[in-house]
Design a protein around this ligand. Sequence first.
Ligand code: PSU
Ligand code: MN
Length: 327
Amino acid sequence: MRPLPRLLRSFSHVARLPPFVDVVAEVQHALHTGAPVVALESTIITHGMPYPTNLATALSVEGIVRAHGAVPATIAIVQGRVKVGMEKPLLERLVHNSGEGSVVKVSRRDIGPVLALGKDGGTTCSATLIFSALAGIKVFATGGLGGVHRGGENSLDISADLHELTRCPVGLVSAGIKSILDIGRTLEYLETLGVPVLTYGESNDFPAFYSPASGFQSPYSINDPISAARVLHAQSLLSMPTGALFAAPIPSAYHAAASKIQEAVEAAVRESEENGMSRRGKEVTPWLLKRVGELTRGESLASNVALIENTAKIGAQIAVAYSDLVR
Ligand code: PSU
Ligand code: MN
């Protein structure tokens, strides 16, 4: 039998996507040919950072992904359509509307309603994982993953991000999780769910977003993109639906700021418990981020940008390594 022509051996799921999912041509082409693509979330833009840093960061992160040899695919919902890859005017529209407060923070449970109602949405890690997996994107870079909130053993406030990693075979690169969360319980929960956690760096310390070490250990550490790609590839060959969490510590230039930011985090968490914000579901994380920004007079924002730029670089390197493995 003759081998299948190259085009039929497509790596892409694009042909089978529903009609309300728009994949920009550059991403489509990359997926068809098995070239590296890195997904980027949009809640960071719509709910995680103030204007104009949000727009500037979205663009700089895309540039970093490109500079390291991969194609960026920022994912969001615009007027009830899923966007996989966004041109600049569309990003600007999303940023503008989020300032007006009309953009929904979209986790798994919000996807159906936001599409049906034709709304705009910034996708969290959970929704971004879903659309990445749907499109066939293997790597997703962001700042912070959601987790088990402090007091989560009573409130049951556990981010949908965690479960999503059990059913989307995507490598998520983040700077760990924030200490606004219960890091120990989050790691326990990920173990229960069967999601591999690997620190991407020299030590086993699991990073805590602004700080390179949380005091908890990751079960594994790796320090090169090939190893990360092999984790994803092994799971893929076994048809495991699971993703992986690659936790990349914030760059060393920002370590000095960590303890001061940490104090602000503690103060913000206390305030949220006193004023009732901690019981407001999806509003908690954006509120805490904003409050920590105010308390540190923007220092936390500079760290936030730096750690996302770092995960974008590592995400691109992993995507390139994965692409080399499978092509
Ligand atoms: N952590 C951050 N910045 C963010 C988020 C988390 O430092 O913007 C966002 C991400 O989109 C993440 C979501 O997926 O918050 C988790 O929200 P929740 O805790 O409501 O699940
Ligand atoms: Mn929650």
